[in-house]
Design a protein. Structure first.
Ligand SMILES: [Zn+2]
Length: 169
């Protein structure tokens, strides 16, 4: 388990607002998710990892990231696709149990970082962008009413949900 990122401006922000540097080598030359965890790692196996994104406006925002550099779900073998989606569902389940959000948003964009990853985002009616996507226009200041121990409980719950997860062949 890595330390919580405290960098004031993490390169891969919660809203993918920061594009990686465009090098002459293009995407093959640099990939943030090949070179960094992409957040606080709370689960990892040979195939994928689950990270908690350091975004003050969106506590509990998780990403499920394929360890290998592939762009699309259909680049994966069928058992891997299933394992990826099962993990997304288990993270969603953990977020619902611990944070009791008004809605869960699932998204796989990767336009700026074309390395397969799913965003699993707990949404609340009082959050900064609701009912817009978190990448949309801010609707209000946003506030959090989560219990103080949400971080500890979430990590424990996700670890429990994923402890039986097998790595696809
Ligand atoms: Zn990559």
């Amino acid at each position: 388990m890595s330390e919580k990122q405290t960098h004031p401006n993490p390169p891969l922000s919660g809203r993918e607002a920061t594009a990686p540097p465009l090098t002459s080598g293009g995407w093959e030359g640099f990939c943030e998710l090949c070179n960094q965890d992409g957040g606080e790692v709370i689960f990892r196996n040979d195939f994928l990892r689950v990270v908690l994104v350091d975004d003050a406006a969106y506590p509990g925002f998780c990403r499920v990231i394929c360890n290998a550099h592939v762009a699309e779900m259909t680049d994966l073998e069928i058992p891997q696709r299933s394992a990826m989606m099962m993990t997304v569902c288990k993270v969603e389940q953990a977020l619902r149990e611990v944070l009791q959000p008004d809605k869960i948003n699932l998204a796989s964009l990767g336009n700026m970082t074309p390395h397969l990853h799913w965003h699993v985002i707990p949404r609340f009616k009082h959050d900064k962008h609701f009912p817009q996507p978190i990448w949309g226009v801010a609707q209000r200041e946003g506030k959090s009413s989560l219990p103080l121990d949400w971080h500890t409980r979430l990590i424990k719950n996700i670890a429990t949900q994923l402890s039986a997860t097998a790595t696809p062949a």
